[in-house]
Design a binder for this molecule. Structure first.
Ligand SMILES: O=P(O)(O)OC[C@H]1O[C@H](O[C@H]2O[C@H](CO)[C@@H](O)[C@H](O)[C@H]2O)[C@H](O)[C@@H](O)[C@@H]1O
Length: 361
């Protein structure tokens, strides 16, 4: 059984979460940043929410169902949303119905702020596709100065955390705001008993086996590895999946998830963005308080784990960033990062005004 010690520590760049996995065979075990003595938390049972789709994906790989696998890659890519209907009128109908169930957070702004009366808003923000636009080169997914300013302001009024699939250092190099909390690698930092270099081996193996596929890009996220296929010709998706499969076979402790034109290879541990959200709430002293309103804004499948947690807790709101209808557990939607920026800006202005009126009373 894998035992996880979760450590929370203040660092210059925010809050470091370290999950120490004492199972020596676990993948990507490496030394995290452990500043305070460990607060031992055994993540509760209930399982790793992303496990069933992962199992399905792996099964597809094992059974050689390459077509199904490539279908799955297509389905995870916004330009291949299966539900896009062929006729314009049914498309409009679907969109209208989806918006009815997931109205724009900008239009629902008053409802959101009135739900926060007497409560502390805690803001959780995904990075890619939420604070920065999706771009071809993952190393150039920069955040605009305007977005940085507004996030800085949000953090002046509300505890604010970035929860990302990226490694913490990398996302910090993009965001560069010391006043935020950062939860990297889908909310986990893993500390193992030894300075294992398995993650580097997996990274190198993936680089080696995908180098003949034009456009494929492998990114080392410290505890996870991303294989990007945004710039890969669709004809090569199947051979690319084949190569990823061959690496996965050598590391049975690895699991596979999908993001936006990205295959994500990560350790199988009971940790995801939902658990990270709960852990952050607890660490900030907000766990069992009903005077807290968590808001989580994200665009990716991995953000669904956090949306589900908020639904389950019947607390706060998940806001999905998407231009197209998608199955989601989020309550509200925003179309793109520029709308995220507007929403955050309005929130800051609303808070300023409410603080001013409180001080007049
Ligand atoms: O949790 P997130 O902050 O949303 O990070 C998830 C993955 O985001 C990055 O990939 C995505 O954005 C890239 C840059 O815009 C884009 O090129 C790629 O197609 C997207 O999937 C990041 O590079 C991954 O490592 C993260 O896991």
């Amino acid at each position: 059984m894998t035992k996880q010690n979760v450590v929370v520590a203040e660092t210059k760049s925010g809050l470091a979460i370290t999950v120490s996995v004492s199972n020596s065979s676990s993948l990507f075990s490496t030394v995290g940043h452990q500043i305070k003595p460990p607060v031992v938390t055994t993540p509760t049972a209930g399982g790793y929410i992303a496990i069933s789709p992962n199992k399905q994906l792996l099964k597809k790989l094992e059974t050689g169902g390459m077509n199904a696998w490539v279908e799955s890659m297509r389905a995870s890519s916004p330009t291949h949303i299966k539900s896009i209907p062929t006729s314009l009128s049914s498309s409009i109908q679907d969109y209208t119905s989806w918006m009815h169930h997931h109205p724009s957070a900008l239009n629902m702004f008053e409802q959101i702020t009135s739900a926060s009366k007497g409560k502390q808003i805690v803001m959780f923000l995904d990075y890619d596709g939420t604070l920065s636009p999706i771009v071809e080169d993952p190393d150039r997914a920069f955040m605009s100065e305007g977005m940085r300013r507004v996030v800085k302001n949000v953090a002046r009024y509300f505890p604010t955390a970035i929860v990302t699939g990226r490694c913490r250092d990398k996302v910090y190099s993009f965001v560069r705001l010391t006043e935020l909390y950062y939860a990297g690698s889908h909310g986990m930092d893993i500390k193992g008993p030894s300075k294992s270099s398995k993650n580097k081996k997996v990274y190198k193996a993936l680089v080696e086996r995908t180098k003949s596929i034009p456009g494929a890009k492998v990114e080392n996220n410290k505890f996870c590895v991303s294989v990007h296929f945004r710039c890969v010709d669709e004809k090569s998706w199947s051979p690319l999946a084949d190569q990823v499969k061959s690496v996965l076979k050598e590391y049975p402790k690895l699991t596979l998830t999908q993001g936006r034109k990205v295959l994500e290879i990560r350790p199988t541990i009971k940790w995801d963005k939902g658990k990270a959200l709960e852990f952050l709430l607890e660490s900030l002293g907000f766990a069992n308080r009903n005077n807290v309103l968590p808001l989580y804004i994200g665009d990716d499948r991995t953000d669904e784990d956090a949306f589900k947690v908020l639904r389950k807790r019947r607390q706060g709101f998940g806001i999905l960033v998407s231009k197209t209808p998608k199955e989601t557990s989020a309550s509200y939607s925003l179309q793109e990062p520029s709308e995220v920026m507007d929403f955050l800006h309005r929130l800051v202005e609303w808070k300023k005004v409410s603080l001013q009126s409180q001080s007049r009373v």
